[in-house]
Design a protein around this ligand. Structure first.
Ligand code: OXD
Ligand code: MN
Length: 593
């Protein structure tokens, strides 16, 4: 093998991997346009990618995964810690020694007849104090091309790494895409990830969920920082001052839409702007001034295509117009472009659906795009990408926002009383499931900080880490913590809040609270806006003041049920849930009685 580095741990690991996997060829990915273009051409020649219309979608490609391999697989995802307790009750656990052996047995010789690609990548701008380096080996060009969009790839990463041992070992082997032998395993103590028998994004782009959340959350706990499943957005007021918010939502709550929000007309006219720093993951640490700062460790968006349209997210739509890889969407054969449900009302009539079968776009047929079909788009394409996107120091965080999909219970917005109470609010986050995910519809799934599938260690210990972080920040400088619910429904089952760009009306109240510019009402669950402090100008026809009052009400009976649900959840999490959170629960219980 060509040695590209003197790094002893990297070279030893590669030697060992090569001996095990037995590739025909080995290619170091340097991220140069020349190399990437050659890989695209190769993938097109084998059918792994299809080149789309160069005029309408320059540098864009279509990929189809195996039909059994279309989403993250939580039941096949394991945290491999020395003891089961370290992984905690929410994670699937496997013994690390046995699991390495099992995975090696599955992967052994599987690169025979294939090429091993070695991808040096940085999560975060190369050289930023926030950033971390990973090496992923893979036998998939699709993975290489996605990683090149989603992370920073190239020789400068190897240079930044030097001879350090602080890098994440990532092994990806397609093997046979056998769903019975599919495993996505994280070894937090070893900085290692091992993924076999999948070719789908979240399972194989190891920088994303596996590293930037599961491994990084563990690193953060050990090293005093945080890796969170949060978007980061900046709100610039007419005076040109920008405040940053980090927000966590479970899947199917419109996170990417919020991250790229377009201000309502009135706000636009007044001079408000919204800037996207990140749509999925935030790495957070204390800056020299004692405030918390966040970076987006990613370099692109791996977004859900269906439902993305001119109204829901024009910025995302603009982002996928060039240099994008589409996965499992419908292929319009008339003009060699792509389509998905919810893009517009004109499905192509001469098309292939996501599996590649002929499709005529009739509404009563199967969907054209898979519900979890995706786009992989460079962040720099986004019209509202923040000027601070590449800032190695990150952006200062004014507020953390938690949210979920609750038809009745949670008000439009409330603020926690203090940091610990905010951690409590995040810890009990829950969302009613939608058709797209997790079996039954409308069931409340607890998803603490939207991190349920992504905490690389014990959940109660993760809460404790949040509490500890709070102890190190001056309360004056700590981000304020809020909860929002865009999904409240009236008794007829209609959504009460218009959502999308109008969510800025709620974020405006949040920012004003952070600046001490607006009062609030204390309620049993926390601080709530006075209805007149949420700006309804321009949407008076859609949202009456009475409706707003309803959205800001606390139904004590429902909250009593919620308390029972939280008690049950904390019991499931066991005795690592910190006392501070039990105290918050006791206070909530007393308040609503
Ligand atoms: C994602 C997810 O793909 O959270 O970002 O599922
Ligand atoms: Mn996500």
């Amino acid at each position: 093998m060509e040695r590209k580095t003197t790094n002893p741990t990297l070279n030893a690991w590669l030697d060992e991997r090569i001996a095990l996997l037995n590739p025909d060829n080995i290619v170091w990915i340097d991220g140069t346009e020349e190399q990437i273009e050659a890989l695209r051409a190769e993938a097109c020649s084998t059918g792994e990618l299809e080149k789309l219309n160069e005029e309408l979608l320059p540098d864009c490609y279509l990929h189809r995964t195996a039909v059994n391999d279309v989403a993250r697989v939580e039941d096949r995802t394991f945290i491999c810690t020395p003891t089961k307790e370290e992984a905690g009750p929410l994670n699937n656990w496997k013994d690390p020694i046995e699991t390495y052996k099992m995975l090696d047995d599955i992967a052994r010789g599987s690169y025979k007849g294939r090429t091993m690609y070695i991808i040096p990548y940085s999560m975060g701008p190369v050289g930023s104090p926030f950033s971390k380096i990973g090496i992923e080996i893979t036998d998939s060009i699709y993975v290489v091309l996605n990683m090149v969009i989603m992370t920073r790839v190239g020789d400068d990463v190897l240079e930044a790494l030097g001879d350090s041992d602080d890098w994440v070992r990532g092994t990806h082997c397609k093997v046979d895409i056998d769903k019975e032998k599919r495993y996505i395993c994280q070894f937090p103590q070893d900085n290692a990830i091992y993924s076999v028998n999948s070719g789908y994004g979240g399972n194989v782009l190891l920088g994303k969920k596996c590293f930037a959340l599961r491994i990084a959350s563990y690193q953060g706990m050990k090293e005093g920082w945080q890796a969170e499943h949060m978007l980061i957005l900046g709100i610039e007021n007419p005076q040109g001052e920008t405040k940053y918010i980090c927000a966590a939502f479970p899947s199917a709550c419109g996170k990417t839409n919020l991250a790229m929000l377009i201000p309502p007309e009135g706000y636009k006219k007044a001079g408000y702007k919204v800037w996207c720093v990140g749509d999925d993951i935030a790495w957070i640490r204390k800056g020299n001034d004692g405030r918390l700062y966040a970076i987006n460790p990613e370099n692109g968006f791996f977004g859900v295509a269906p439902g993305t349209n001119e109204k829901s997210n024009p910025n995302a739509l603009a982002s996928v117009k060039r240099g994008t890889i589409f996965t499992n969407v419908a292929h319009n054969l008339d003009n060699n472009t792509v389509w998905w449900e919810g893009l517009d009302k004109n499905p192509p009539t001469n098309a292939r659906e996501w599996t590649g079968k002929p499709w005529n776009g009739a509404v009563d047929t199967e969907p054209g795009a898979h519900p979890n079909s995706r786009f992989t788009a460079p962040a720099k394409n986004c019209p509202c990408i923040s000027p601070e996107f590449e800032n190695p120091a990150g952006v200062p965080i004014s507020a953390f926002v938690f949210g979920g999909r609750r038809a009745k219970l949670a008000p439009l917005v409330y603020q926690s009383r203090n940091w610990n109470h905010g951690v409590f609010v995040g810890s009990v986050m829950a969302s009613e499931t939608t058709a797209a995910a997790f079996g039954a519809v409308g069931v409340v799934r607890r998803d603490p900080m939207a991190m349920r599938p992504f905490i690389g260690y014990d959940c109660g210990t993760y809460f404790k880490h949040w509490i500890e972080i709070g102890k190190t920040i001056d309360p004056e400088k700590a981000p304020k913590i809020f909860n929002v619910n865009w999904f409240r429904k009236d008794d007829d089952g209609n959504f009460m809040w218009p959502g999308f760009g109008d969510n800025l009306r709620v974020l405006e109240w949040i920012i004003k609270r952070c600046e001490g510019k607006v009062d609030a009402v204390e309620t049993p669950i926390g601080f709530m806006p006075k209805p007149e402090d949420i700006n309804l100008k321009g949407i008076e026809d859609e949202v009456s003041i009475d409706s707003l009052k309803e959205m800001l009400s606390v139904d004590k009976n429902l909250w009593a049920e919620e308390v029972a649900g939280i008690e049950e959840f904390y019991k499931e999490l066991g005795d690592t849930v910190p006392k501070e959170l039990h105290d918050c629960l006791a206070r909530l219980k007393a308040n609503i009685e």
